[in-house]
Design a protein around this ligand. Structure first.
Ligand SMILES: Nc1ncnc2c1ncn2[C@@H]1O[C@H](COP(=O)(O)OP(=O)(O)OP(=O)(O)O)[C@@H](O)[C@H]1O
Ligand SMILES: O=P(O)(O)OC[C@H]1O[C@](O)(CO)[C@@H](O)[C@@H]1O
Ligand SMILES: [Mg+2]
Length: 571
């Protein structure tokens, strides 16, 4: 790459094969002083004045922008801070299994587009580096000392990812030194490690949970990086959700600050499917499948008695994907309640009203609700106090129990009607099972992608499929650039069900449940102010009087994972 660096701010104008001779801006380092800079937009040239960067820039941004709106959100590489590292030929060339692969190595200039559906003439949008093996690697097999850690809540498939990192490192690259860190981040400084080999992990994919153990809280960056340094670890594989990936990015920053040759690779894990950018998280399909058993049970119970009502609670702290997909798959569900879509109980158009109508029509019904649904209502009626877990996540109130109690009270006291209610809470049973066949394959691809990336010297990245192609995505949690482009990385925002998306519309069409957006005046006083605002905003969206927020960035791209890329909109 030919690079002509400018002195301040340190932005380089690059000409490379990659951008086919077109000028491109490559932001290497932040400016330390107030500066005047410009950003490109598809529509206009934007000037931004007096932008101040903090004295200690949090992380090196690797953002490449072309004048046609092509953006590459690049991942850090060890050579960014250790420029004279040696390279070695990739041992895969000699592997009996992989040597016959036709396109054996990924071209270093291959990228994966975040948007596959674009309009003629619109900006080309955001891209990520394509995952996969590179011709040159930055580690010799005998030099690698790797470790794997699992953090946060459980999810089907964690053991498969562990197994495939171990087997991938060993079978593809001949690495033998692989250790497991026990009990999450705190295990780096408070537990012994366990040695891992293809033999020791051979059967673990058949078990739920994580053989390494997990925890919340306990992220002490200095102690963790001290431990990495003391143990001579040079590849760190971190499996976990949004909190874990934020933790991974600060570990990477500290490693860079100390100038260590250590690759940090993140494998995103969340049963809630709430990580942005990637198509879907591992374990999600398994969870949706397992949820069917609970829904079936609730349905069988409900249809066997008079006025049978089954209530099933599923996971989904802030995002109702499991509930939405499980409902759509089942066809036995009459009403699905998720955190993104507010509801209310009493009055015309409320849930009680709907339950009564459905029971009168069909004699039974099933309600599925995500654990994060209606939290404001529960908090309001129980005057519950806010509590957090060791990682600082808000602890949820049990909306399932609350709803069951309220339904019972309402129908017995107000309506003098007998309702046979069965409440099913399969949440931890779903989370604790091993992954299904398709998730197992998905976990394998993630694990191998992470191994290839670390061997190729990439660091501070998360692996994941973007439009079905695996890519390396920067695990940046905060970033300052002189441009108006706000980088949306895996841990910054949450992937949510778009209730103005087609998939939610499909659900509403299949259950024929109320939208809960048309409450009558007397309900107003019973809902808290924020909840009312949420309903009104959504109503505005539906009626087209409010723009969907956030809509576009300066490049005309959706800045939240939204309709086009979300699995919620496929099909
Ligand atoms: N902002 C942060 N900076 C550093 N470490 C963090 C941060 N947030 C969370 N962590 C650490 O990451 C680990 C896991 O975080 P958390 O309990 O939030 O689970 P998670 O990774 O988000 O997974 P999930 O929510 O899907 O169960 C914990 O050890 C926590 O201390
Ligand atoms: O009870 P725990 O282990 O803290 O985890 C519960 C949370 O973890 C998740 O499974 C994943 O974030 C959420 O759906 C759920 O709210
Ligand atoms: Mg989380």
């Amino acid at each position: 790459m030919e690079t002509a660096s400018l002195s301040r701010p340190q932005i380089s104008l690059s000409l490379s094969r990659f951008c086919k001779g077109r000028p491109r801006i490559h932001l290497d380092r932040p400016a330390q002083n107030p500066i005047k800079l410009f950003g490109f937009s598809s529509k206009k040239l934007v000037f931004r004045r007096d932008l101040r960067f903090p004295a200690s820039f949090p992380i090196k941004a690797k953002l490449q922008i072309e004048d046609d709106g092509f953006v590459l959100e690049d991942v850090p590489h060890l050579t960014d801070f250790l420029p004279s590292l040696h390279t070695y030929p990739n041992p895969l060339k000699k592997s009996p299994a992989y040597a016959i692969v036709e396109q054996d190595f990924v071209n270093p200039e291959d990228v994966v587009s975040q948007r596959v559906v674009i309009r003629k003439g619109s900006p080309r949008g955001t891209h990520f580096r394509r995952a996969g093996p590179r011709e040159k690697v930055y580690f010799e097999p005998e030099e690698v000392c790797s470790c794997i850690v699992t953090c946060g809540g459980l999810c089907p498939g964690i053991n498969t990812v562990i197994r495939e990192i171990v087997c991938g490192l060993n079978y593809m690259y001949g690495v033998t030194e692989i250790m497991g860190i026990k009990g999450g981040y705190r295990g780096f400084y408070s537990s012994n490690t366990i040695p891992l080999s293809p033999k020791s992990v051979n059967d673990i994919h058949k078990r739920g949970g994580t053989i390494l153990g997990t925890s919340r809280g306990g992220h002490d960056t200095t102690k963790i990086v001290d431990s990495i340094q003391d143990r001579g670890i040079n590849q760190v594989y971190i499996i976990g959700g949004d909190g874990t990936q934020k933790g991974a990015s600060v570990i990477y920053k500290e490693i860079e600050r100390r100038g260590l040759k250590v690759s940090v690779a993140g494998i995103p894990k969340t049963i809630d499917n709430d990580i942005t950018v990637i198509d879907k998280s591992f374990g999600f399909d398994t969870a949706v499948e397992e949820a069917q058993r609970a829904i079936n049970a609730a349905h069988v119970e409900a249809e066997s008695v008079d006025n049978g009502l089954g209530i099933v609670k599923l996971m989904g702290r802030y995002s109702g994907f499991i509930a939405m997909y499980a409902t759509l798959a089942s066809r036995d569900v009459d009403c699905c309640l998720i955190p993104e879509s507010p509801f209310y109980l009493e009055g015309e158009g409320g849930l009680f009203d709907f339950i009564e109508k459905r029971l009168k029509e069909n004699g039974h019904m099933v309600v599925v609700l995500a654990e994060g649904a209606g939290q404001e209502l529960v908090a309001q009626s129980m005057r519950a106090v806010d509590e957090t877990d060791a990682s600082g996540n808000q602890l949820l109130h049990d909306v399932g129990l609350w709803l069951a109690q309220n339904v019972k009270d309402h129908f017995t006291t107000n309506r003098k009607m007998t309702v046979n209610l069965k409440y099913v809470d399969p949440t931890y049973m779903i989370r604790a099972i091993p992954s299904n066949a398709s998730d197992n394959i998905y976990c394998t691809l993630l694990a191998h992608g992470a191994v290839h990336g670390a061997m190729a010297g990439y660091t501070g990245f998360t692996i994941g499929p973007v439009n079905n192609r695996h890519a390396y995505i920067p695990t940046l949690s905060e970033i300052y650039t002189p441009f108006y482009v706000v980088l949306k990385c895996v841990t910054e925002t949450q992937n949510k069900v778009g209730i103005t998306d087609r998939m939610w519309a499909r659900l509403l069409a299949s259950t024929n449940q109320p939208s809960f957006l048309n409450y009558k005046e007397h309900i107003r006083g019973k809902l808290n102010v924020e909840y009312l605002k949420m309903i009104e905003d959504l109503r505005g969206l539906r009626e087209g009087t409010q723009p969907a927020t956030p809509s576009e960035n300066e490049f005309g791209e959706d800045i939240q994972k939204s309709t086009d890329s979300s699995p919620s909109a496929r099909g």
